[in-house]
Design a protein around this ligand. Structure first.
Ligand SMILES: C=CC1=C(C)c2cc3[nH]c(cc4nc(cc5[nH]c(cc1n2)c(C)c5CCC(=O)O)C(CCC(=O)O)=C4C)c(C)c3C=C
Ligand code: FE2
Length: 437
């Protein structure tokens, strides 16, 4: 492995076709960190879980997820419980500076996802007279399943960095949708970094250290914390619940469904709108900050809640069926002679059968950001979805929802952004290398 101070020593666990591999940090004469305790940690030199000499079984939640691979981690890898998402603007006009930053980010991201400090000896190794190269708040914590996923916004492809000819057709700003209440301070961005982990401190540490490395080159435009996943991206995961108390992610595209991923999530080399070779194996990310008026929802009768979603609250089964994963039957009638799943239920409007076969991979998070200043919690869903072409997938889906979804009475979209997330990196490659080639 090319990155100084890191070595692949063993694999921890695997789940279905979405293998969760662990990387531990080698001590190999670099002064870099070595694994500790029962899994990958930033700290001392006891053997990691599952490693020779360890008596402790690996804990999947603490394990490291490989940074490199065909696709970026953080898309179909099992959704972790915590999120720190940041959108950034590039403030330099110098393309070479931006490229160097992307290289430095690659090194630091690879280290942090393996459970190491952002730089070798980052905590105190620089001595008393220099600012430490790692901010320290994750020192001693395990890798915690950290994934860091990068995306490029449409504005990165303007005339500043010579990238205009590289802009994919699919990377268009989203159109306005009926009911949008978008705040420009929570929208857009030249770049994004999505850090997901099973420990919030690890996710926040990752973003903070990458932002720190970018001082003078990038500036934070907006950022969002998420405290609980609202989607499953693997059949091995239980379906979590959103802030309306409903299971969310049941009928998501999952890591094990390789044909669906190829059809709906990964950009193919010959996709007309995809962007060509530099985006092949990548995916487009749509982010929407959706405020949920939970106080109003909480006064809504159960039957009405279930009719709005189209599934029952306890089991998560489609209305008219018994079990969570039963097939939705949109023709089935209830005792009143009406369809069991109402014509304007959320799951009917968003279902592939109503949208010419379109699907997306959802990977969103619950948030609660204090109060709205007038007596309510500012809570909601930070909707994240990956797809092959937003114009052909998210746009028609959101148009259908914006037009008829009864859920609209309870929600408000107040932030929006779209990003091109390039494919994963092979050994020795760095973020931006293919884009700038
Ligand atoms: C444009 C895409 C979507 C937005 C925006 C969206 C917002 C949103 N969704 C829920 C709650 C649920 N959504 C569910 C299913 C579901 N939602 C979308 C798309 C968007 N949702 C899709 C494609 C689907 C799957 C439809 C299907 O194929 O069956 C569900 C049911 C469980 C599930 O299958 O995931 C819930 C619950 C909220 C609260 C919300 C905005 C705040
Ligand atoms: Fe939904």
């Amino acid at each position: 492995m090319s990155t100084e101070g890191l070595s692949r020593r063993h694999l921890i666990g695997a789940s279905g076709s979405a293998a969760v591999a662990g990387i531990v940090v080698g001590a190999a004469g670099t002064g870099a960190l070595a694994p500790r305790g029962n899994t990958v940690t930033r700290g001392d030199d006891a053997p990691a879980a599952g490693a020779p000499g360890s008596t402790t079984p690996a804990l999947a939640l603490d394990a490291a997820i490989p940074f490199r691979g065909v696709h970026q981690a953080g898309i179909v890898t099992p959704a972790q419980d915590r999120l720190h998402f940041v959108a950034l603007d590039v403030v330099t006009k110098d393309a070479a500076q931006l490229r160097e930053l992307l290289k430095a980010w690659t090194r630091a991201a690879e280290r942090m996802t393996a459970g190491a400090e952002a730089a070798p000896g980052g905590l105190v190794g620089g001595g008393p007279n220099r600012a430490p190269e790692d901010t320290g708040e994750a020192y001693g914590l395990p890798a915690s399943g950290l994934t860091i996923t990068i995306g490029y916004g449409p504005s990165l492809f303007d005339d500043r960095f010579g990238l205009a000819s590289r802009k994919p057709v699919a990377l268009e700003e989203l159109p306005a949708f009926a009911g949008d209440q978008l705040d420009p301070k929570r929208s857009g961005g030249d770049l994004c970094l999505q850090a997901c982990a099973n420990d919030p401190q690890v996710a926040v540490h990752a973003v903070r250290n990458l932002v720190r490395l970018g001082f003078g080159i990038v500036a934070v435009r907006w950022s969002q914390l998420g405290f609980g996943r609202t989607s499953s991206t693997s059949t091995a995961q239980a379906t979590p619940r959103n802030m309306f108390g409903f299971k969310d992610g049941t009928n998501n595209v999952k890591a094990e469904q390789l044909e669906d991923l190829a059809q709906h999530v990964w950009v193919a080399k010959d996709d007309e709108t995809g962007g060509g070779a530099w985006m092949a194996g990548g995916s487009y990310l749509v982010a929407r900050r959706i405020r949920m008026h939970i106080e109003v929802w909480d006064r809504t009768p159960l039957q009405e809640q279930e009719d709005i979603i189209g599934r029952d609250k306890k089991e998560g089964a489609p209305l008219g069926q018994a079990k969570e994963f039963d097939t939705l039957d949109f023709a089935k009638k209830g005792p009143d002679g009406e369809t069991a799943i109402p014509v304007n239920a959320h799951v009917r409007l968003a279902h592939a059968s109503q949208l010419g076969g379109v699907r997306i991979l959802r990977r969103g998070y619950n948030f609660t950001d204090g109060s709205d200043g007038v007596g309510h919690l500012d809570a909601g869903l930070f909707f994240l979805a990956y797809m092959r072409d937003p114009g052909r997938q998210f746009v028609p889906m959101q148009r259908a929802l914006a037009k008829a979804d009864v859920l609209n009475e309870y929600i408000e979209h107040n932030g929006s952004a779209v990003f091109a997330c390039p494919p994963g990196l092979a050994d020795g490659e760095y973020w931006g290398q293919a884009l700038f080639a």
